[in-house]
Ligand binder design. Structure first.
Ligand code: SME
Length: 157
């Protein structure tokens, strides 16, 4: 298996283009869902250096903290609550340029300033979400949405 990521500098687009085949190679060699989530979180954190990258998984009508990279975080989020619970409820990606302006944002850490949440949808159901937090405002845009959705679609549940 891939032992070291080849990291790139360059534009965000170039960084994703370089990272995407490496993530797909990692996923192709492992079928375990949790192992794959763990490596995706690590690869994204290593390439982009975001403040927090991780997954919440739907368990008994709640999102429960899964594999992540970054500081300790809230462990349970209810449907419709915060950015993660809203993404789950709407089954849609949500980009938050400034978390203080998102009604009901859950502040697991006061250093988090902007955020993107991508749902993991299988069949017609949301089974979890990818949550990425940045310590600067306006970190995420359509490029992140495009590539993160592609990465999420590549993970076999
Ligand atoms: N801010 C998220 C909670 C999860 S943490 O950021 C890791 C939210 O509002 O759902």
């Amino acid at each position: 298996m891939l032992e070291d990521l080849h990291l790139s500098k360059g534009t965000k687009e170039e960084q994703y283009q370089n990272l995407l085949p490496q993530i797909k190679a990692l996923l192709a060699h492992e079928t375990d869902f949790i192992a794959n989530l763990a490596n995706v979180a690590a690869a994204l954190k290593e390439q982009f250096g975001w403040f927090w990258v991780g997954f919440y998984l739907v368990k008994n009508e709640e999102l429960v903290l899964g594999p992540f990279q970054g500081p300790v975080a809230c462990t349970r989020i209810k449907k419709g609550k915060g950015v993660c619970g809203t993404s789950w409820q709407q089954a849609a990606t949500i980009i938050v340029p400034d978390v203080e302006l998102f009604p009901g944002h859950i502040a697991c850490n006061s250093l988090s300033k902007s955020e993107i949440v991508v749902p993991i949808i299988r069949g017609n159901e949301v089974v979890g979400v990818l949550d990425v937090d940045s310590d600067t405002l306006n970190s995420f845009d359509n490029t992140d949405q495009h590539y993160l959705e592609e990465i999420i679609a590549s993970i076999t549940v």
